[in-house]
Design a protein around this ligand. Structure first.
Ligand code: 5GP
Length: 206
């Protein structure tokens, strides 16, 4: 497959509370790559400080189910009684003009991307330990103890699915994790199937 003119689809996944969002923000502050964040759609209510079209597009269950039926979602998952999903059109549009698109999604969604877009790069962000994950969820203070325990159970299942990813990055520090992701992006750009066509032209190799 000729991939060299298309942007990379980079999927950052891993358990809730592992720090995916913080790592992604650190990654976006690094220079050298023009990354586009894919804003997800959800039926979850906005948390304090969240804004429509910034953290998420907030929609009703009926609206979300209509989008699913119309085939407008690249992937979606029902996660603790709410839908979360990636609108397909925007992702395609950006990839087609050569932009790198970053999705930050949970594991079921990542699995769907793996099935639909083989060329996607799947990165699993892992916690240094389960205790660390529990502490992070408590510190975040956005969930009840029951919700935290549900998220921990879910995390254990998600870690069991890590074999389908291309890379595992441990979030020991945000800087380390973001650095590793940038190194992965650079290495992916150097892959033969992404560069060979261009270099054959430049070097006039038939
Ligand atoms: P939160 O409610 O904490 O914002 O998100 C809950 C979980 O849903 C997180 O693991 C988050 O990464 C995931 N998530 C956010 N957007 C999407 C999406 O578009 N698709 C999927 N599959 N998961 C998402």
């Amino acid at each position: 497959m000729k991939l060299d003119n298309k942007g990379l689809l980079i999927v950052i996944s891993g358990p809730s509370g592992v720090g995916k969002g913080t790592v992604r923000e650190a990654l976006f502050k690094m220079t050298g790559h023009d990354l586009v964040y894919s804003i997800s759609m959800t039926t979850r209510k906005p948390r304090a400080g969240e804004n429509e079209g910034k953290e998420y597009y907030f929609v009703s269950r009926d609206q979300f189910e209509t989008y699913i039926k119309e085939g407008k979602m690249l992937e979606y998952a029902e996660y603790i009684n709410n839908y979360y999903g990636t609108p397909l059109d925007k992702v395609k549009e950006q990839l087609d003009i050569g932009k790198e698109v970053v999705l930050e999604i949970e594991a079921q969604g990542a699995q769907q991307v793996r099935e639909k877009m083989k060329e996607a790069i799947l990165i699993f962000i892992a916690p240094p330990s389960m205790k660390d994950l529990y502490n992070r969820l408590c510190r975040r203070g956005t969930e009840s103890i029951q919700a935290i325990e549900e998220r921990i159970l879910k995390a254990q299942r998600e870690i069991g699915l890590a074999y389908m990813y291309d890379y595992i990055v441990v979030n020991d520090t945000v800087e380390n994790a973001a650095d590793k992701i940038m190194a992965i992006i650079r290495a992916e750009h150097a892959k033969v199937e992404r560069t060979i066509h261009k270099y054959k032209e430049i070097l006039e190799v038939k």
